[in-house]
Design a protein around this ligand. Structure first.
Ligand code: ATP
Ligand code: MG
Length: 283
C-alpha cells in the first residue's frame, strides 16, 4: 500500500500538485487519470523519488519516502519496478540483456541464475524465445511486454506504469492491461498506472484517482464511474455523446432497470433513458 498525503509540487512559480491525497492499494491496478498536463507523470515521479516534493508525505507501508535516508531509499528503490512512458528499451541491447539489466545492477547472481530468472519472466509475458532479438525487430506490443518483463524481473512490491498502452491498438492494449492486472494479483504488487485509455479504465480500473488542476478531485472504482454524476469527470471520461449514452445505458442495466437482452427500439420508444442518481462522491 502506498499512501499519498497532501503532496504539493511547484516548478518555479507554477504549482502542478496542489495537495494530492490518495491510497494506492496492494494487489490492485490503481489508476491515475486526468487531462494532459494535469500532473500524472509528476505525481508518479514524486512517488518513486525522481522528483522531490515541496510538501506532503509518501508512505510505502507506512515508511515515509520524503524523510528516508539515502540508504533506505536505495533499498526501497529495489522494490520498485517501472514501465516508462514510451518503454525506453536500450536499443543496443537485445531482449535478454534489457531484461537482465536490473539484475546486473542490483544483484550479485551468477549468469546462470540471472538467465533463469530472465527466461521465467519472458515466459510470463509470452515472449519465450525472443532473447536475442533487438528492439527494432519487435512490434510495439512486444516492446511493452519486454518493458513489463524488465519492470518485474526483480520481483517488485510496487509497479509504476506511465501510459502503458500509448501507441497500441485497442486489442493489444487490452492484452497488455490484462497482463499487468494478472501479474499484479499473482505477486501482490501495488500497481500504479497513469492512463488516457478509457478502455483500460473501464476494464481494470479498480481504484481510480482523477486529478484536476493539481488536486485529487474524485476517487472511486470503474463501477462508481458508471454512476458518477460529477460533471467534469463525466465530460473527461465519456467525451463523446455516444459514450455518454452508453454510460447511461450501463447504469440502468446495472440497476436492473433494463435487462441485458433489451430491445433498443422498445426502450427508446418508452423513453426510459434517464441519468443515474446517488453518487456519494459527486458534486
Ligand atoms: N521538470 C519540470 N519542470 C517544469 N515544469 C514541469 C516539469 N515536469 C512537468 N512540468 C509541468 O507540470 C505539468 C504537469 O506535467 P505532467 O507531465 O505531469 O502531465 P501529465 O498529466 O502526465 O500529462 P500527459 O497526459 O500529457 O502525460 C505540465 O504543465 C508540465 O509542463
Ligand atoms: Mg504523463
Amino acid at each position: 500500500m502506498i499512501e499519498v498525503k497532501d503532496v504539493r509540487k511547484s516548478f518555479r512559480d507554477k504549482a502542478v500538485l496542489k495537495g494530492v491525497n490518495f491510497v494506492f492499494e496492494t494487489s490492485k491496478t490503481n489508476m491515475i487519470i486526468g487531462a494532459s498536463g494535469s500532473g500524472k507523470t509528476v505525481l508518479q515521479k514524486c512517488m518513486v523519488g525522481l522528483i522531490e516534493v515541496d510538501q506532503g508525505e509518501i508512505l510505502f507501508e507506512g515508511r515515509n519516502l520524503t524523510t528516508m535516508t539515502p540508504e533506505a531509499r536505495k533499498e526501497l528503490r529495489q522494490q520498485v519496478g517501472m514501465l516508462f512512458q514510451g518503454v525506453a528499451l536500450f536499443d543496443s541491447m537485445n531482449v535478454e540483456r534489457n531484461v537482465m539489466f536490473p539484475l546486473d545492477m542490483f544483484t550479485d547472481w551468477d549468469i546462470k541464475k540471472k538467465l533463469e530468472r530472465v527466461n521465467t519472466v519472458l515466459e510470463r509475458v509470452g515472449l519465450t524465445g525472443t532473447n536475442k532479438k533487438f528492439s527494432n525487430e519487435l512490434s510495439g506490443g512486444m516492446r511493452k511486454r519486454v518493458g513489463i518483463a524488465r519492470a518485474v524481473v526483480l520481483k517488485p512490491k510496487y509497479l509504476f506504469c506511465d501510459e502503458p498502452n500509448s501507441g497500441l491498438d485497442p486489442r493489444t492494449s487490452m492484452l497488455i492491461d490484462k497482463l499487468i492486472h494478472e501479474i499484479t494479483i499473482e505477486n501482490q504488487i501495488t500497481t500504479v498506472i497513469n492512463t488516457h485509455d478509457m478502455n483500460s479504465v473501464m476494464e481494470i480500473g479498480e481504484n481510480i484517482l482523477y486529478l484536476e488542476d493539481g488536486i485529487s478531485e474524485w476517487k472511486g472504482s470503474n463501477k462508481d464511474l458508471v454512476f458518477s454524476k460529477h460533471q467534469r469527470l463525466n465530460d473527461f471520461i465519456f467525451a463523446s455523446e455516444f459514450l455518454k449514452d452508453a454510460k447511461d445505458m450501463r447504469a440502468l442495466e446495472t440497476r436492473g432497470i433494463i435487462d441485458d437482452n433489451r430491445d433498443m427500439n422498445e426502450i427508446l420508444k418508452e423513453g426510459k433513458i434517464e441519468p443515474g442518481k446517488d453518487e456519494k462522491n459527486d458534486k
